[in-house]
Design a protein around this ligand. Structure first.
Ligand code: NAP
Length: 279
């Protein structure tokens, strides 16, 4: 008697640290909802092991990966074909293995915008926007935010050079400037402040610019947690109008990755509800 072997398509998220990631739960919920058969793993990989780990995953039949902190930029060099948005960002958060080729895309920007504009109802036209952090996630969100035609978009970072590099990359797309956390002009009131540092992962609260927050400011933390993140507490304590964690972006960017891999678009609202997180 011949018994057939059922193979399940394998996906995963690579990062360091990565234990905080809720991507496996989200992709399991997407798979259940859309009737797709797949497994999704949590892969803790250091910078030194990144290439070896990606190649190994591909060699052993893996179909696709999400790439998270701190690998989004470094992984670009392993990609054979970059999407336009990943190429503009110079950062990748989604890999698809197609035959022997690696396709790289970036779904962070579309994920953030779907949450801000569709789920949360923000109008970014003519807004003053401040992004804290200039890492891989910021690379993915600056271009899509500039396409919303804000009045200003300032990138503040602990390491000024990294913020300046991003200004050089994106200034042809719109009004983007760079500074350190402590030199943000106090006369500027921000409509939207986005925390894109990874400081909260270590439970840290860097000296964020308190003067940038007013009672009209919407604060959005890319980081997320079951308990409020350090930045979301900081924003609330400084009188922000709203302080929201990045669950919605997480689900929206995951849905875009799922669509790239499986050709099916899951219902994100239903998944946010299942996770008991309101959009
Ligand atoms: P990354 O490439 O490693 O960049 C980290 C950034 O955080 C850099 O700007 C770094 O500043 C800054 N930073 C780290 N520790 C700091 C500290 N103690 N004080 C001040 N600044 C600090 O990471 P990433 O990929 O951009 O991710 C950033 C965060 O966004 C992570 O927490 C990640 O989980 C989250 N994220 C969430 C979503 C979502 O869907 N919700 C999507 C993408 C990312 P320097 O340049 O000075 O080192």
């Amino acid at each position: 008697m011949v018994t057939g072997t059922v193979t399940v398509d394998r996906y995963g998220v690579m990062g360091y640290p990565v234990s905080h990631s809720r991507s496996p739960v989200i992709h399991r919920l997407f798979a259940l909802q859309t009737g797709q058969s797949l497994q999704y793993e949590l892969l803790r990989v250091t910078a030194e092991k990144l290439e070896e780990a990606v190649r190994q995953f591909q060699r052993t039949g893996g179909k696709g990966l999400n790439v998270t902190v701190p690998h989004k930029r470094a992984v670009c060099r392993l990609v054979d074909q970059l999407s336009e948005r990943a190429s503009t960002a110079g950062a990748v958060n989604t890999l698809a293995f197609q035959d022997s080729e690696i396709f790289g895309d970036n779904t962070d920007g579309i994920g953030l915008l779907r949450d801000l504009v569709v789920n949360l109802g923000l109008n970014l036209d003519s807004a003053n926007i401040l992004i804290l952090g200039a890492g891989g996630a910021t690379r993915g969100i600056v271009g899509p935010l500039l396409e919303m035609r804000p009045r200003t978009l300032r990138i503040a970072n602990r390491t000024l050079k990294r913020a300046e590099d991003l200004v050089e990359r994106f200034e042809r797309m719109g009004p983007v400037t760079a500074c350190r956390f402590n030199v943000i002009p106090v006369s500027e009131s921000y409509h939207l402040i986005i925390n894109a540092t990874s400081a909260g992962l270590e439970g840290e609260t860097p000296p964020y610019p308190a003067a940038a927050v007013s009672e009209k400011t919407f604060c959005y933390d890319l980081s997320y947690g079951i308990k409020p993140t350090p930045f979301s507490i900081w924003a609330r304590d400084h009188g922000a109008a709203h302080s929201v964690m990045g669950w919605g972006m997480l689900v929206e960017q995951a849905a875009e990755s799922f669509h790239i891999w499986r050709g099916v678009r899951p219902d994100t609202k239903a998944v946010l509800k299942q996770m008991s997180i309101s959009a």
